[in-house]
Design a protein around this ligand. Structure first.
Ligand code: PMV
Length: 324
């Protein structure tokens, strides 16, 4: 095969109903289904080149050469792509995120979704959206949700070939925006791969999983009927449930900073004042504050009034992963 290059762009996504815990770690089969919104403009842009001239895989992330476990993880992922294609060439990857990496803004989701499309195209494969989602899941579970666009559901599925994500409403279905209050932009200490391993050590995880179908139904219905109050109630509960599991694992995981709690207390008060606004927090200290677009200017202004908020990122519902 000649020297082949492809470049893909993928949005990060914010989980509204969270994935936490795997029933099969190697295959990244989740213990529960999840729902997310792609984040327009918060993207990973990834170029992949396969060549007979390379004697190992290499990765440059945000202009820095990457080695050690992060590179091994990418090589393991590329091995899946090489197996699918029946080729044995190594790859050079150049990837850039336009948002803080590893700070609970789903950088691995955007990265592995973009890598799935760029690598398969560069190696000569043309996969369907479902096949790409199944593949992206193997890199980082939540990456499977960045493949389709808009509002997305990842079903836990019965087996390896049945656990993928699909869009249930396009990006323009509801003019929600995610205003991300960045209180810390440093990489988190415990990555989600390690966090998922601890989920079962929490006595609360069983209850969280048992109740997931109900939360998924309520969240999907709230989005499809554009019912902001219903969305606010269910996503704040879901976020608090996941963090309760994290904090009661052995060892416990505390992803919140003092400013995270401050914002989690302030947002429902803003809602009481009449602003359509609610929060959700991933595996990091930054707070995703969702609102309808008509309220966004005011919400961003109010968030910027918090001394510990360094920056507010802004994202509308985003498009599917695409080639550029
Ligand atoms: O895909 P991972 O392994 O980075 O896990 C994502 C975990 C959360 O972001 C906390 C929740 C989610 O569903 O995205």
């Amino acid at each position: 095969m000649p020297f082949e290059t492809a470049t893909a762009v993928s949005c990060a996504n914010i989980a509204l109903i969270k994935y936490w815990g795997n029933r099969d770690e190697k295959l990244r089969l989740p213990v529960n289904g999840s729902i997310s919104m792609n984040l327009d403009g918060l993207v990973a842009r990834t170029q992949v080149t396969f060549s007979q001239g390379f004697d190992h895989d290499s990765l440059i992330l945000n202009t820095q050469a990457v080695s050690g476990e992060p590179l091994k993880r990418v090589t393991r992922f590329l091995n899946l792509v090489r197996d699918l294609a029946g080729f044995k060439q190594y790859a050079n990857i150049i990837s850039e995120n336009n948002f803080p990496t590893d700070a609970g803004i789903a950088s691995s989701a955007a990265a592995f979704a973009a890598l799935s499309l760029a690598a398969t195209r560069a190696i000569g494969l043309d996969l369907s959206e479902k096949q790409l989602s199944l593949l992206a899941r193997r890199g980082s579970g939540s990456a499977c949700r960045s493949i389709p666009g808009g509002f997305v559901e990842w079903k836990a599925g019965l087996d390896e070939s049945d656990s993928y994500a699909f869009s249930f409403a396009p990006p323009d279905y509801w003019d929600l925006v995610d205003c991300i209050a960045v209180v810390e932009a440093n990489p988190k200490l415990i990555g989600s791969t390690e966090g998922h391993r601890l989920a079962n050590t929490s006595p609360l995880q069983v209850a969280r999983i048992q109740d997931t179908t109900r939360r998924l139904d309520l969240c999907r219905h709230a989005i499809l009927s554009r019912d902001f109050d219903a969305l606010a109630t269910i996503i704040e509960l879901d976020s608090n449930l996941m963090h309760s599991v994290m904090m009661t694992s052995t060892p416990p995981l505390f992803y919140w900073a003092p400013a995270t709690v401050e914002l989690m207390k302030a947002v429902p008060l803003l809602r009481k004042e009449g602003l359509p606004v609610c929060y959700t927090v991933d595996a990091g200290p930054n707070v995703h504050v969702l609102c309808t677009s008509d309220a966004a200017d005011l919400v961003i202004k109010r968030l910027n009034n918090f001394p510990k908020v360094n920056q507010v990122l802004y994202a509308k519902p985003g498009a599917p992963t695409r080639l550029v």
